[in-house]
Design a protein around this ligand. Structure first.
Ligand code: GTR
Length: 327
């Protein structure tokens, strides 16, 4: 459905329920890219359950998992215009829309996952959320997506030079293309659903992701070298359309937020378990995993990426400073 059609359809449903004069229950539709059993899938189903419970059935949510409603960039647009009410999104593909949210996609910006959550729960998180809301998306709660590392079909990566000439799939965001290019590789932006086939047929030589996604997609079966670069720690959100959320009563808003926060607590628990399980599974399957003894050269290679980002977004320096000043 194109954006205008989606808007008209959404408007028609809203107008009809207003005409009927009954406070009809809101039926939300939600997007998720992951497979059954994945922490985010389980946690989004929990969100749906809690939403119905805490709103006394006034809001219900039908989840569509496995990316069946389209690619992540398309789904983000759909939630922005209200064609879909909510989604579990990675902040990576939100960055090109909301510059504040792009700061989390600067390689090595966070020290570790705990640092990321401390930033999100403080002033930095409020600045990011405000930037997202201005673009029509409200993050209700934050999910864990661990750290992303490079994997490929040919050899362990130990130094940036090992990536020279490699075609590496990245998510849709110029920051990631710049990152791979600075390391000497050839970035190839591509939808998540296409990566398995691209690795298998040699359209790309490698990609980058966290343990659970590397495992759940089967990428480990076709790209058996996983090198712990941990170059990106990107949070994910339960994001809701801003107009839909802002039209709710204060009581309903609180109920929705509560449901999201409880869902996120569950997701983070499940995430920790799945990271360990995914790692054990791929190692048992024969994947060659290597630590990178010195990440310094990878970090140093990112300086031009930071410089270009700040040149394009000088007003984001305070947010970067807040992140750096967060212990
Ligand atoms: C996963 C993330 C997805 C998607 C995917 C990708 O880790 O949970 O939302 O962004 O990576 O690489 O496209």
């Amino acid at each position: 459905m194109n954006q205008n059609l989606a808007k008209i359809a959404f408007g028609a449903v809203t107008a009809l329920s207003m005409l009927s004069g009954v406070a009809a229950a809101d039926e939300w539709r939600g997007w998720n890219i992951h497979v059954e059993g994945y922490p985010n899938t389980v946690a989004m189903d929990k969100f749906a359950e809690l939403l119905a419970e805490k709103t006394g059935g006034e809001i219900t949510l039908k989840m569509f998992h496995g990316g069946t409603l389209g690619s992540q960039p398309d789904a983000i647009e759909q939630v922005r215009i209200g064609g879909l009410a909510v989604g579990n999104f990675n902040l990576g593909p939100i960055g090109p829309i909301a510059p504040e949210a792009n700061v989390v996609s600067l390689p090595f910006i966070f020290k570790d996952v705990d640092h990321m959550f401390r930033v999100l729960e403080g002033e930095g998180g409020a600045m990011i959320a405000a930037g997202m809301e201005a673009k029509g998306l409200i993050p209700l709660a934050w999910y864990d997506a661990g750290a992303r590392s490079f994997y490929n079909t040919a050899k362990p990566i130990n130094v940036p030079d090992d990536l020279t000439g490699m075609k590496v799939r990245v998510m849709n965001n110029d920051l990631y293309s710049g990152m791979v290019a600075q390391l000497g590789g050839n970035p190839s932006p591509m939808a998540f659903a296409e990566v398995y086939q691209a690795l298998k047929t040699g359209v790309v030589d490698g990609a980058e992701n966290n343990w659970p996604s590397y495992e759940s997609t089967g990428h480990f079966e076709v790209a058996g070298y996983y090198s712990l670069s941990q170059h990106l720690i990107i949070p994910e959100c339960i994001c809701v359309n801003a107009d839909i959320f802002n039209a709710l009563s204060d009581e309903m808003k609180a109920a929705v937020r509560e449901a999201a926060v409880e869902s996120a607590a569950l997701q983070r628990e499940l995430w920790a378990e799945r990271e360990a399980a995914s790692r054990a599974k791929v190692v048992a399957a024969g994947v060659v995993v290597n630590d990178i003894a010195d990440k310094g050269p990878f970090q140093a290679a990112m300086e031009p990426v930071f410089e270009a980002f700040l040149a394009d977004n000088p007003d984001l320096r305070p947010l970067i400073d807040v992140i750096r000043a967060t212990d």
